[in-house]
Each structure stands twice: as structure tokens, then as C-alpha cells.
Design a binder for this molecule. Structure first.
Ligand code: AMP
Length: 279
């Protein structure tokens, strides 16, 4: 596994390994990330993983400084799964001279949901991805369904910039009790950790209700809201919405695949989860 720490090292590696399968991460790697890497390894392209905590997607007061970082641990995990190279750029490599790439105007849906909770968050993600995609020219990129709205942003960016990149979205990897793995789960208190599986339980129960014939998004949202509010530790809900799975537009009735998106605020982290309602 090659360790690349600058644009020059990356370019030298790309000369011999063009159009890799690329998995961008912010590090503090867990089984969710490793599953994306396994998917990337499933193709014939060389595999490249990046670790970069992107300052552009944090706002003042968010956890940029304290975001979990564990370079040694991450490198050990990556060596074990066996990738071709890991890219650990500095800020100057990603944003030369402090300049971030221009992004066409984001569709309205990216100012909604998580985009409303964290203004400019998706713009910051689009910027880092455009920088990476143009530098790396991957043939394949792998993202997690865990960050559902982000995966739709990636698809939009690829289409908008007409990049020849195939997007693969990997299923959510969970702990045995259902909690979706996340680097930020490290912030949970013991009590919050005990309550956190209620989020996925609620999503499963919502899906059961849908599978039994309930197609009203509002009634399904109300059901999930009430289920989460039964436990004070999952009752602080930043966002809970059912949207069209493809466009993320609002819907009045579920007639094509939909996604239940939920963001629960704990003391420190916000827990994200989602489930698809297949028609
Ligand atoms: P992050 O390091 O949090 O920016 O995540 C990097 C990638 O890993 C993103 O595409 C995430 O959607 C994905 N990811 C994070 N957690 C999970 C999970 N539990 N299951 C699957 N993918 C995940």
C-alpha cells in the first residue's frame, strides 16, 4: 500500500494507476468505511482511499478541531484490508493557494433537510469532491447510503459536470443492535448509546407499516416521530421526512421508491439514519 501525502506523490501514482476506484473518507475508519473499500476492490480498477477532514464542510462552532483523527489506526486498518494507495493530502493540496473550485448552483433540495440544518454543508462537500474528482479522475466512486442526501449530491455533481464516473452507493453497516456505524458515535454518552438503536427500530417499524399498505408520508412520519419521542434521549428530532428516493423532492403519496430520513440530536452528535421504502 502506497502512502501519498502530496499532489505530486498522487500524480506520480496516478500515472501508473489511472482512473482508480476511489473511496473518500474523513478517517476514524470503521467497518462502514471498510465495506465501501471492499466494494471498490470488487472491480478491476486500482483502489485509492483518501483521508481528509474537509474544513469547508464545517461551520464555525462545529467539530472540525475535535473531529476524531487516528492516522496510525487508520493506516493499519487499510493495510489489513489491502488497498493500492491511501491519499492523505494537506489543505494546500486540495485547495491550492486557498482556492476552492467553483460549483454550479446547487438544486434547492440541497438547501433543505441536512442542508437546512447545516447551511453550506453540501456546498463544502461539492467543493472537496470536485477538487478530488478533477485531480484523481476516478472511474468509480463508492459512498455510503448512511449519508443519503450526500449520495444524491454526488450523483448530481457527476451529472452536472458530465464526469465519466460511476457512483456506487453501499448499504448501511450497523452494529448488532442496529445503530448505524459513524465516526461520531464516539461522542455518545453511555445512556445515549443505549437509546440510539431505537432510531433503526423505529425505521423498521415505519417500513413494516408501509409494507402493510400505509402510503401516506405524513402518517408514516407521525408514527416514527411518536415512536422516537417515547424515549427522551431520542426525542430531540432535528429532521424527520419522507422524500422521493431519487430526487429528494417532497411527496404527498408514496407511489415510487421513497426514503425515510431522520436526524436525531443527542447531546453532542446528531445521529443520521434512513431506510428506503421500495414500491
Ligand atoms: P465519513 O468519513 O463520515 O465522511 O464517511 C465516508 C464515507 O463512508 C461516506 O460515503 C459515508 O456515507 C460512508 N459511511 C459512513 N458510515 C457508514 C456506515 N455505517 N455504513 C456505510 N457507509 C458508511
Amino acid at each position: 500500500m502506497q502512502i501519498l501525502r502530496s499532489t505530486t506523490e498522487l500524480q506520480n501514482w496516478l500515472n501508473k494507476n489511472p482512473h482508480p476506484a476511489f473511496v473518500p473518507t474523513m478517517g476514524a475508519l470503521h467497518e462502514g468505511h471498510l465495506a465501501l473499500i471492499e466494494t471498490a476492490k470488487g472491480g478491476s480498477a486500482p483502489t485509492l482511499v483518501s483521508i481528509f477532514v474537509n474544513p469547508m464542510q464545517f461551520r464555525p462552532g462545529e467539530d472540525f478541531k475535535t473531529y476524531p483523527r487516528d492516522e496510525d489506526g487508520d493506516l493499519k486498518k487499510l493495510k489489513k484490508v489491502g488497498i493500492d494507495a491511501v491519499y492523505l493530502p494537506g489543505e494546500e493540496d486540495v485547495y491550492p493557494h486557498g482556492r476552492a473550485p467553483e460549483i454550479p448552483e446547487l438544486p434547492e433540495v440541497f438547501h433543505e433537510l441536512e442542508g437546512e440544518l447545516r447551511p453550506d454543508y453540501f456546498l463544502g462537500i461539492a467543493r472537496v469532491l470536485r477538487s478530488f474528482f478533477e485531480m484523481i479522475q476516478p472511474s468509480v466512486v463508492v459512498f455510503g447510503q448512511k449519508d443519503y442526501q450526500q449520495s444524491r449530491l454526488v450523483q448530481w455533481l457527476i451529472s452536472e459536470l458530465q464526469l465519466p464516473i460511476k457512483l456506487i452507493v453501499n448499504q448501511i453497516i450497523r452494529q448488532n443492535d442496529g445503530l448505524a456505524l459513524s465516526s461520531r458515535n464516539a461522542y455518545l454518552t453511555e445512556d445515549e448509546r443505549k437509546s440510539a438503536p431505537r432510531i433503526f427500530e423505529g425505521l423498521l417499524k415505519t417500513k413494516e407499516l408501509f409494507d402493510r399498505g400505509e402510503v401516506s408520508p405524513r402518517r408514516l412520519e407521525r408514527f416514527l416521530m411518536e415512536y422516537l419521542q417515547e424515549d427522551p434521549l431520542t426525542s430531540d428530532i432535528d429532521c424527520l421526512e419522507i422524500r422521493d428516493a431519487e430526487t429528494l423532492e417532497k411527496i404527498r403519496k408514496i407511489e415510487s421508491p421513497a426514503v425515510v430520513l431522520v436526524y436525531v440530536r443527542m447531546e453532542t452528535p446528531r445521529l443520521l439514519d434512513n431506510i428506503i421504502l421500495e414500491v
